[in-house]
Design a protein around this ligand. Structure first.
Ligand SMILES: Cc1cc2nc3c(=O)[nH]c(=O)nc-3n(C[C@H](O)[C@H](O)[C@H](O)COP(=O)(O)O)c2cc1C
Length: 150
C-alpha cells in the first residue's frame, strides 16, 4: 500500500509532528501542501490530508489543494488535524470535499495543539507542549491501525 501524507502546518508546526510520526509508521512519503501538485497523488493508493484548524476548518491551502484535484477512483484517504480544542467536528469541510472528488475516507485522527492565536498569546497560549509524547503515540497507533483497514 503506497501512502502519501499531504499536510500544512504553519502556526507552531504542531500538525507536522503528527504527520511525521504517521509517515514513519506507515513508511509513507510526506509533502507540504505548497509543494504538492495534483499529479503528485497519482501513484499512491492511500493519501492522508492534515493541517491545523483555522476558524473551524482545515487550513485554506489544504482545502484549496483538494479543490484542484480531478475526480478520483480507487483512492482511499484519511484526515487528521491538530487544533485548540482537539475536536473531530472540524473535519467536516475537508471530508466533504474529498468525498465529492471520489475518495473513500477510511478513518480520521485529531488531537490538541499549542495555540497562541489572538489574546491567547498574552499568557503563553493553551495546550503548550502539545502534541506531546502521548498524542504522538496515539497518532502512531492510529497509523498502525490504518494498515488493517485498507
Ligand atoms: C488564525 C488561527 C485560527 C484558529 N482557529 C481555530 C479554531 O477555529 N478552532 C480551534 O480549535 N483551534 C483554532 N486554532 C488553533 C490551531 O488549530 C492550533 O494551534 C493548531 O495546532 C495549529 O496547527 P499547526 O501548528 O500545524 O499550524 C487557530 C489558530 C490560528 C493561528
Amino acid at each position: 500500500m503506497k501512502t502519501l501524507i499531504v499536510y500544512t502546518s504553519v502556526h507552531h508546526q504542531n500538525t507536522e509532528k503528527v504527520a511525521k510520526v504517521m509517515a514513519e509508521e506507515l513508511e509513507a512519503d510526506h509533502i507540504h501542501t505548497g509543494n504538492a501538485q495534483p499529479e503528485t497523488l497519482a501513484t499512491y493508493d492511500l493519501i492522508g490530508f492534515g493541517s491545523g484548524i483555522y476558524f473551524g476548518k482545515h487550513h485554506k491551502t489544504l482545502l484549496q489543494f483538494v479543490e484542484t484535484l480531478p475526480p478520483m477512483t480507487q483512492k482511499r484517504a484519511f484526515v487528521f488535524s491538530t487544533s485548540g480544542d482537539g475536536k473531530i467536528k472540524h473535519h467536516a469541510a475537508l471530508k466533504e470535499k474529498l468525498v465529492t472528488r471520489g475518495f473513500a475516507i477510511v478513518d480520521e485522527f485529531c488531537c490538541k495543539g499549542w495555540d497562541t492565536v489572538g489574546p491567547l498569546k498574552l499568557f503563553g497560549g493553551i495546550n503548550k507542549g502539545k502534541p506531546d509524547e502521548k498524542d504522538l503515540a496515539a497518532a502512531r497507533a492510529f497509523a498502525h491501525g490504518l494498515k488493517n483497514k485498507v
